[in-house]
Ligand binder design. Sequence first.
Ligand SMILES: O=C(COP(=O)(O)O)[C@@H](O)[C@H](O)[C@H](O)COP(=O)(O)O
Ligand SMILES: [Mg+2]
Ligand SMILES: [Mg+2]
Ligand SMILES: [Mg+2]
Length: 383
Amino acid sequence: MRSTVSVIKADIGSLAGHHVVHPDTMAAANRVLAEAKRQGIILDYYITNVGDDLELIMSHTRGELDTKVHETAWDAFKEATKVSKELGLYAAGQDLLSDSFSGNLKGMGPGIAELDIEERPSEPIAIFMADKTEPGAFNLPLYKMFADPFNTAGLVIDPTMNEGFKFEVLDVYEGQSVVLNSPEEMYSLLGLIGTPARYVIRRVYRKADNMIGSVTSIERLNLIAGKYVGKDDPVLIVRLQHGFPALGEALEAFSFPYLVPGWMRGSHYGPIMPVSQRDAKATRFDGPPRLIGLGFNVKNGKLTGPSDLFDDPAFDETRRMASVITDYMRRHGPFMPHRLEPTEMEYTTLPTLIEKLKPRFKKEEDVKKAKPSVYTSKDQGMD
Ligand SMILES: O=C(COP(=O)(O)O)[C@@H](O)[C@H](O)[C@H](O)COP(=O)(O)O
Ligand SMILES: [Mg+2]
Ligand SMILES: [Mg+2]
Ligand SMILES: [Mg+2]
């Protein structure tokens, strides 16, 4: 059976700052999705949150970019925003960049990852959702899952995986993509995806049969809006087992709290911290960037699950290391490399402040002419 899992997410406002989604807004979204299920637009759904991002997980048989499914998500976000406004929640409707729905949600603000598959007899999947970071943040773990034998034993042991995987990489600035084969082209692949702000792994395919293995949301809000409107908190769907990474291989890729851009004001590098659903809220310095993982099985277009994948002491040490790195990075305060590089700061409000200082900058020669004495050793009391 052909079925589609659509994960569509948006920040529609949250409690006490950019912190955590309010249950009443989730209830509003739930009413819309329940009605869509009753009407047969979607077959199943699950609603959750990571930090201030409301996450709609829907299954159906309508394929990618379906108008009805996307309209359902849009209505859910709109209804949730209404409640958000009534309660005076912070940044109500933040990620809804357009007023009206037209066709599908592409370019309208919400993040979208849709996995369209011919279901295997058992179809296990993991859905990873992050807050206070951006889509390229999944480059490193995707590389580990699908290309690094030190992470994924199946690349060495499983005959189907042994041929390798194909990576579709999108240049989010140019809107162009390229497909690179692993292992043959892994150095070129790393050459691109090591710049995650620009090159994002959008999809991974298994070489043996071209079956899709993963899909990432690629929306970058600031590139759509032309200014900083919150972070582009991403989602990722990974197909598991039987020729794809085992669940444990997918999770293993997150055992190291690597640095991602985002965190406070979308302007700082910080460690990604995999947490349980219970801890999926942004706290310290609006973070550190949080990741949750939910495990499901898809059968006849319906979802069984979830299992809260990082709700496990096996990830305690990762979280502890993330806390240590948090301390270390924070001690740099406003200095790079804790703060992002200037190209990434372009969309924030920092350039306007620097612009204000422009008239006060003087050419070096002019400064020398005006106050030559400053440059003599006598004036500095050294003679
Ligand atoms: O990154 C952040 C929000 O991103 P998000 O909404 O999660 O996409 C926060 O750190 C805010 O930028 C920060 O709290 C300041 O918010 P404002 O006071 O400018 O709204
Ligand atoms: Mg927010
Ligand atoms: Mg967020
Ligand atoms: Mg955001």
